[in-house]
Design a protein around this ligand. Sequence first.
Ligand SMILES: *[C@@H]1O[C@H](CO)[C@@H](O)[C@H](O)[C@H]1NC(C)=O
Length: 473
Amino acid sequence: MAVAPPTRREFALVLALFLGILYYSNVHLGSSHISQTISPHSSTQLSTLHEKTPRVYETRLTWDDDEVPESKVLANVPGWSIIDRLYILRGVVYVVSDNPETVPDTWSMYSKGMEIFPGKAHEDSRLPGDEDIRIISTAEAKQLFGTGASIIDGVTYFVNDHPQFIRHYYHWSAELYFGFWRTYSSLDPSIPAEGNTTVPQPRHMFFNRLDAFRWRDPTDMNQLVLRSSFPDVTMEFRDDWDDRVKMNVPFVLERVVLADRSAAMRAYNFQRYQRTAAVPFALPGSVNWWMTIRNNVVQFAGMDLDDGSSTRDTPVITYISRQAWGRRTLIQEDHERLVKELYRLRDEHGWEVNVVLMEKMSRMEQIRLSVRTTIMMGVHGNGLTNLIWMRPTPRTTVMEFFFPGGFAHDYEYTARSLGITHYGFWGDASFTSPNVPVNAYPEGFQGNSIPLDAAAVGRLCFDRLTLSLEVDD
Ligand SMILES: *[C@@H]1O[C@H](CO)[C@@H](O)[C@H](O)[C@H]1NC(C)=O
């Protein structure tokens, strides 16, 4: 028996039923999707991805008929400044103020950012002019800027330096970054050893005179230090600066930490220590100021923050050898005697001794070893930059070997500013702050016959590791 074909009416009913199911399931899927995006879980994880109420983006600081909001200099020592609302138009930096006597001199904030050569004539040629930086009144600002400026929000670290002193682990980590963080963290003088701070992370880094490929150092340490301490900072270089110049509109930096090497060089602390990062130590600050950065880098390297902190742990002596460099090395026999002496200490006292060539270690290995090290030693050189990851304790020590009569404050000042004891060696003589010599680079400083008395180094290791045990814990 043949089945009768469906009537038009039956067909329409089935179709309506089908569409109904489709509609219902759609609504159902849609609502479950919505409830997922507003679940507390996703909103606590990434709360910045959603605005509760729709609004337009705040891209412009506008003043219309009012006065242009004034700049405010929160801190300044030569070469290091913190400024709120710094304006930039066509590549010129503007500090807006109706009380110019309260604004530091332009030379102490900014320069022409040229390559640095010694001598008064060169120094004077780097002084800034009206084409570089100007202090203007709110009325002048209104004439120049019009009714508003584009906002660059958050904190920007702005480096007005020639590429000369950037592509180097020491100059980056122990000068630019060190000085930046010492300046910026002066806004929070109560940072505890845990590194907790009330100052927000910087958002941007501007280099107006540097091409993008010119900030990385040959050992790739600069990148690691930046990306591990501030993972989300964005960087702008000379071409980005030029883009902004060509846009022909004013930009306003909400808060800027401004670094200028040439300006810093005019400060007493630079002339005394030959370190630009020595200058911001005149600002208020916590003794734990560096721990915010250090702890992030240490954790990034997979280390526990407590590593190296206990004076009950086995002490770790690390000798960073430069003997394979062929420049600025110990007399070979003195190097061999030192290694023997350190192994004697290891065998007699059970201390850990590492004799290392930093250039043969990975970046992570260098950091991990430095974190655990109690006494770091070596001839004056870039390998000692790793002292910035050591844990400052009463017995933490850096021993730096120089050609007799020679001295540079680089690692001495760096160690001291972190609360780490530093000793310089000239053969069998040693010295420590405040009895340190002035900078000197005699004949032989860079040579390969630097003398050292291994027994004197051994005695000081013993003193440092046993004496501090009595006073600590
Ligand atoms: C530091 O911050 C961490 C995490 O935010 C917190 O657990 C810790 O208690 C804080 N420590 C201090 C000393 O404020």
